[in-house]
Design a protein around this ligand. Structure first.
Ligand code: PMP
Length: 414
């Protein structure tokens, strides 16, 4: 079982694995090897307990109630906001808006910022490695407004160049939205530098942080981004929970996303005055239980230490590249210098789906297909890849098992 000496503590994988009850099971009669963490991570007992505790002990609707349960639920809900504020180093907790996740957050910006500020002939700049959720909302906005979507090219290593960004940004660029860490390639993009270029031309900078929150250091003030989106379920938290960070002065200028309860100060049939941020963007009863439990996920990451996580994941990812390179006919997609724990590949003469099914029979869960990045797959001229994505509970022994299993599969097909 892997253990690794990290900066300030001993990263005890054996102990970490016991925090995740789902990992203790067998799949198809074999111990589960879960390598689909870029799709969603598993949940530690602390997060599962937080959900149960909420429903067993203080389920109540938040903000409006004066009774004890409502106060307790409101306090827990708002504590997650404070915890998340510190986690991403936002200047104020009001700059943290709760959403269903990254997709919801990007749609919020495309709708509430885009509809108000984008006009015909404006340009929106994204990269060629974006997830569909950082493409389609902008396409919809461009279609509605007659604006233009421009794309930063991706090179063979799976990187984008700042020179290309410079040549694509101009005074018509109004929004730049780029993924921090690619879910298909693992590439970590120079989002801070891209943001500086965006700001030089007066554009706002949005970061898709879906893969970043659990794998990269995130400091929104240092990044100086205008918006940052992420999903709770990719950082050991519950599905249906996420955040949008936005700078106060921009959020205040935006229209509401949805109308309804909570987002108002005063309603009459003649006129409605909107609530202050963040509530202006949180119409209706939110996903209270899961947002409450999201705090436990952040605390779990904090307790392990982001630097330790990054160090450990880099270590096992390097091991994966080394071991998988032994598989005959393998081709890697995403060999960037700076990358998170995602290894994407194809194998000559074996379809990714066949590989996925044969690995599943051995208890290994990987993802196969286009990973919601079809334009990126088109760029490489492939239908999809096999993707193994690692997390804090994965071990070098599991990676060795993957490499050996892939060799067996190749032998069967040759
Ligand atoms: N962006 C990236 C880079 C992602 O990996 C994902 C999820 N695969 C998303 C956006 C969308 O996240 P969600 O489905 O949680 O809204």
């Amino acid at each position: 079982m892997s253990t690794v000496a990290t900066t300030d503590t001993y990263f005890d994988i054996k102990k970490i694995r016991t925090d995740f009850p789902i990992l203790q099971q067998k799949v198809n009669g074999k111990p589960l090897v879960y390598f689909d963490n870029a799709a969603t991570t598993q949940k530690p007992q602390q997060v599962i307990d937080a959900i149960n505790k909420y429903y067993e002990g203080y389920n109540a609707n938040i903000h409006r109630g004066l009774h004890s349960l409502a106060e307790k639920a409101t306090t827990a809900f708002e504590e997650t906001r404070l915890t998340f504020q510190k986690f991403i180093n936002a200047a104020e907790s009001e700059e943290v808006i709760f959403t269903k996740g990254t997709t919801d957050s990007i749609n919020l910006v495309a709708t509430a910022y885009g509809r108000k500020f984008i006009k015909a002939s404006d340009e929106i700049l994204i990269s060629g490695m974006e997830h569909h959720s950082n493409i389609v909302p902008w396409q919809m906005l461009c279609e509605e407004k007659g604006a233009k979507l421009k794309v930063i090219p991706v090179d063979e290593k799976g990187e984008i160049s700042l020179d290309d960004v410079k040549s694509l940004i101009n005074k018509n660029t109004k929004i730049v939205s780029v993924v921090f860490a690619s879910n298909s390639l693992g590439t970590v993009n120079p989002v801070k530098e891209i943001g500086q270029l965006a700001h030089k031309f007066g554009a706002v900078m949005m970061i898709d942080g879906a893969q970043a929150a659990s794998h990269c250091k995130v400091d929104v003030q240092d990044l100086d981004c205008d918006f940052f989106a992420t999903s709770g379920h990719k950082m050991y938290g519950p599905t249906g929970s996420g955040i949008l960070y936005g700078k106060r002065e921009i959020l205040e200028k935006m229209n509401p996303y949805q109308g309804g309860g909570e987002m108002i100060k005063d309603v009459s049939f003649e006129k409605t005055t909107y609530n202050d941020i963040p509530y202006k963007f949180e119409a209706g009863t939110p996903n209270i239980a899961d947002i409450v439990a999201l705090k436990s996920a952040v605390e779990y990451i904090n307790q392990l230490g982001k630097e330790n996580i990054v160090q450990y994941e880099n270590d096992i990812t390097a091991h994966a590249h080394k071991r998988l390179a032994e598989v005959p006919g393998i081709h890697f997609y995403g060999t960037a210098t700076n990358k998170v724990s995602v290894v994407s590949f194809t194998i000559d003469n074996v379809h990714p789906y066949d590989v996925g099914m044969m690995l599943d029979a051995k208890g290994i869960a990987v993802r196969t297909g286009h990973h919601c990045t079809q334009p990126l797959m088109d760029h490489y001229g492939i239908d999809g890849t096999i993707r193994a994505s690692f997390s804090v509970y994965n071990t070098k022994e599991e990676i060795d098992f993957l490499a050996d299993s892939l060799k067996d599969i190749v032998a069967k097909f040759s």
